[in-house]
Design a protein around this ligand. Structure first.
Ligand SMILES: [Zn+2]
Ligand SMILES: [Zn+2]
Length: 318
């Protein structure tokens, strides 16, 4: 399996401004002072190897869309946030004219998780087959509604693909083209669902828009069982712990520290921080990552838990 992140920001897409970019160019020039970077190749190597990611990269702007490459002929993807536009372009290029079969797993129907669908090109192409899986009873209605006037100029009925909405039940495992998929109910306004995917001896958890109550032992046990021995957990860590337990309690999101605790208890190998707060700049997200790794080291009892922060374009082979 390989996991590819197309959208990693929460709530609303963001983009770098000209000021951000100019500031980064200036920082890079200062950092390169005295170095003989006289070719693009040398400059690339310097940017990649010596500049922090918050200067030479960006955690990305698209709202949630995460692809799971399973090795089979069909595509698997979680959520249709604005990252679905880029994912769709990738599908079209890879298919080179052949019809695409795509399985979409919806965490929930909040706007940031469906907004990319009208811009998902395979949905407009006759011959494509798209199955949308989810636990919400109003799954199809939410997709149809966002393309109704006055919100969008072209109606859902004009889409060219063969579309099917497939209801799933929380806690009940289904097999989709050789992949075992188990949804789990999560605490979030209007409910959200996490997914456990298992194929080829690997397991990936997609758990976004999920608030955890640290004091609720039964809830923690439930999630530890859901995460148990996973190779990768993609985790909603929108807030810092201080925010999550004070001002933003009950806002339906979680923190980096809770992610570490649950993953350590479950024996997870790799935790990926996801659904970044739109108000955080790259330096702030990088600080959260450094803090999270430090917290993991301090609280480690068994094997090390690898911690990463998701960005648009990140690929993790498993
Ligand atoms: Zn969200
Ligand atoms: Zn949400």
């Amino acid at each position: 399996m390989r996991v590819r992140f197309w959208g990693t920001r929460g709530s609303i897409p963001v983009s770098l401004t000209w000021r951000d970019l100019r500031d980064r160019v200036a920082q890079a020039i200062v950092a390169a002072n005295g170095r003989a970077l006289d070719t693009l190749e040398k400059a690339h190597a310097f940017a990649e190897g010596e500049l922090p990611f918050s200067v030479a990269g960006t955690y990305g702007g698209h709202s949630p869309c995460v692809e799971l490459e399973t090795g089979g002929p069909s595509y698997f993807v979680c959520d249709m946030g604005s990252g679905a536009r880029a994912f769709g372009a990738h599908v079209m290029a890879r298919q080179a004219g052949a019809p695409a079969h795509i399985n979409v797993f919806m965490s929930h129907l909040h706007w940031d998780h469906v907004m990319g669908f009208p811009f998902f090109i395979p949905a407009w192409v006759p011959g494509s087959r798209i199955r949308v899986y989810g636990c919400h009873p109003n799954l199809e209605a939410a997709f149809v509604r966002q393309q109704e006037p006055p919100g969008f100029p072209v109606g859902f009925s004009r889409l060219g693909a063969e579309l099917e909405f497939v209801p799933l039940v929380a806690g009940k495992t289904v097999e989709v083209e050789g992949v075992r998929v188990t949804p789990k109910l999560q605490l979030h306004g209007g409910d959200s669902y996490g997914y456990r995917f298992e194929a080829g001896g690997r397991s990936v958890i997609y758990s976004t828009d999920s608030e955890h109550k640290l004091e609720d032992a039964a809830e923690s046990r439930d999630f530890v069982a859901f995460f148990r021995d996973a190779d990768l957990v993609i985790f909603d860590s929108m807030y810092s712990l201080a925010e999550a337990v004070s001002v933003k309690e009950d806002w339906g999101h979680s923190s980096n520290m809770v992610g570490v605790e649950l993953c350590q208890m479950a024996g997870v190998k790799h935790l990926v921080l996801f659904h970044h707060e739109p108000a955080y700049d790259d330096a702030a997200i990088e600080r959260v990552l450094v803090e999270t790794r430090r917290f993991e080291e301090l609280t480690r009892e068994g094997a090390a838990l690898q911690v990463s922060s998701a960005y648009d374009g990140l690929e993790i082979p498993l």
